[in-house]
Design a protein around this ligand. Structure first.
Ligand SMILES: Cc1cc2nc3c(=O)[nH]c(=O)nc-3n(C[C@H](O)[C@H](O)[C@H](O)COP(=O)(O)OP(=O)(O)OC[C@H]3O[C@@H](n4cnc5c(N)ncnc54)[C@H](O)[C@@H]3O)c2cc1C
Length: 190
């Protein structure tokens, strides 16, 4: 039996379903083809949370998130894409919330955020609460002693040259880029 549709999306993870949703919102007749049932995609398996500089728990800036994204990609990341991502993921998380994603909450009702992965503040200086999560265990251990891998990374970063204005807050300026010389505590070039 033949099926005809205006848009065919292959894959039913977060990316595919979002593409399908927006195409359908524009009025297209959409079909999603998937190897696995949608909830068995990697998107359904992700547990740590979605990184977004909401700043609900502590100060955070999209520039710090962009820096972490570029550094985490070993400076091979498309930096224009990383900039768009770090800026727009803030709105995207709020949009997901409005769609009904049951994010965990802070006592004040805002979306909860925790430390996770390579999310840092002040250009790699320390972990930051940036991961918005759903259905996480209530008490998230945040050991005062960071894991050995993080201690080793910090030690390596500490050997790198530091800029004088190490703790300068992220400026509101729009465009910036990072290179391998941009290490912990070193603000990026503008
Ligand atoms: C255990 C785990 C934990 C994770 N934790 C986090 C986290 O905490 N935070 C975070 O940001 N990221 C996390 N990730 C990574 C994140 O889940 C993925 O980067 C993201 O979900 C990818 O989304 P996607 O829509 O591109 O792909 P997927 O969610 O992988 O979806 C791909 C879709 O394509 C379908 N497909 C594949 N091949 C075919 C084919 N040949 N024909 C038809 N359909 C096909 C699959 O069935 C699936 O529906 C985690 C990943 C895993 C596995």
């Amino acid at each position: 039996m033949a099926h005809r549709h205006e848009v065919i999306v292959v894959g039913a993870g977060g990316a595919g379903l979002t593409a399908a949703l927006y195409a359908a919102k524009e009025g297209a007749d959409v079909a999603v083809v998937s190897k696995l049932y949608p909830t068995r995609s990697h998107t359904g398996a992700a547990q740590g949370g979605i990184g977004a500089a909401l700043g609900n728990v502590e100060e955070d800036h999209w520039e710090w998130h962009m820096f972490d994204t570029v550094k985490g990609g070993d400076y091979l990341t498309d930096q224009d894409a990383a900039e768009v991502f770090a800026k727009e993921v803030i709105e995207a998380v709020i949009e997901l919330e409005h769609m009904g994603l049951p994010f965990d909450r802070l006592p004040n009702g805002k979306i909860a955020q925790r430390r996770f992965g390579g999310h840092t503040k002040e250009w790699g200086k320390a972990p930051v609460h940036r991961a918005a999560h759903a259905a996480a265990p209530v008490a998230q251990p945040e050991p005062s002693d960071p894991p050995a891998s993080l201690r080793a990374r910090r030690k390596r970063s500490a050997r790198a040259p530091r800029a004088a204005s190490a703790s300068a807050p992220a400026p509101a300026a729009a465009s910036r880029s990072f290179s391998r010389g941009t290490t912990a505590n070193t603000p990026p070039r503008r």
